[in-house]
Design a protein around this ligand. Structure first.
Ligand SMILES: [Fe+2]
Length: 264
């Protein structure tokens, strides 16, 4: 199963040495996810060229795409979003833009929400990134068909509000840039329940730097990140792509509600 999957990946992303190394590295990453519930990797280990991360950030993390939506938390977060429909079959992975990005009753915010959409699959490099990110899910854990949420988050102070789950199957965080320190990612084993967070000890405490990624199984942990710490002269800021391998209930089997109209 693993070997044939690596062969498929080698065929899909043929050619250079970095892709071969990536396909080989995938097996140990999948093993980490299956054994521990999470795995750390990097843009280069993913087979992305060295210039990919800064170029991708420049293309999408800007005032043209990102905006702050009223009611969103943390209060100063700027964001954009895409949702992709994916399907694994004998020919490999197929992706297309999903019909809607409306999300309902998430992150402690009631009702349907609509953020600014970036249809990233039109961009070949972004499409390649999406395929590589979806390939991080171990083959034995993949749904045949599902949705993949792609969130572009720019945060300045608090990265998140508190330890939480996103109520999805897997979460992938890819940090593209950080000014300042802090923003350490924590994963907590949650044997005691969310009301007893003071008794939780972290399974992982790790500062993701530019080009670093983590994938984890959402239900296995509570996750959070510490606040950013401003550099001596200047303002702190972090740009990250936070993706979710969704449960069917998020979109495919969801009851569709209309979002409120956004007023700029
Ligand atoms: Fe989260």
């Amino acid at each position: 199963m693993l070997l044939s999957d690596i062969d498929n990946m080698n065929e899909k992303f043929t050619s250079d040495d970095s892709n071969c190394a990536w396909a080989d590295g995938l097996a140990s990453l999948w093993d980490d996810v299956n054994r521990h519930g999470y795995a750390l990797t990097t843009d280069q280990a993913l087979g992305l060229p060295p210039e990919f991360t800064p170029n991708f950030r420049e293309a999408y993390f800007n005032g043209h795409y990102l905006r702050h939506d009223e009611g969103d938390l943390p209060r100063d977060r700027e964001r954009a979003r895409d949702v992709i429909l994916y399907e694994w079959d004998d020919d490999g992975l197929h992706v297309e833009e999903y019909e809607t990005i409306v999300i309902t009753d998430r992150s402690g915010i009631k009702g349907p929400r609509l953020h600014n959409r970036i249809e990233i699959l039109a961009d070949r490099g972004a499409r390649d990134l999406v395929e590589r990110l979806l390939a991080l899910v171990p083959p034995n854990r993949r749904q045949t068909k599902g949705t993949f949420g792609v969130n572009f988050f720019r945060t300045f102070n608090d990265v998140v509000t508190k330890p939480h789950r996103d109520e999805e199957e897997f979460i992938i965080i890819y940090v593209l840039h950080r000014d300042g320190d802090g923003a350490e990612t924590y994963l907590y084993q949650d044997d005691l329940g969310a009301d007893e967070q003071e008794y939780l000890s972290p399974v992982l405490k790790h500062q993701l730097n530019r080009g670093d990624l983590i994938i984890f199984e959402d239900k296995a942990f509570l996750h959070e990140a510490t606040p950013l710490i401003s550099p001596p002269s200047g303002k702190s800021m972090r740009d990250a792509l936070v993706c979710s391998v969704d449960y069917r209930t998020t979109y495919l089997d969801a009851v569709r509600l209309e979002p409120p109209q956004h007023h700029a």
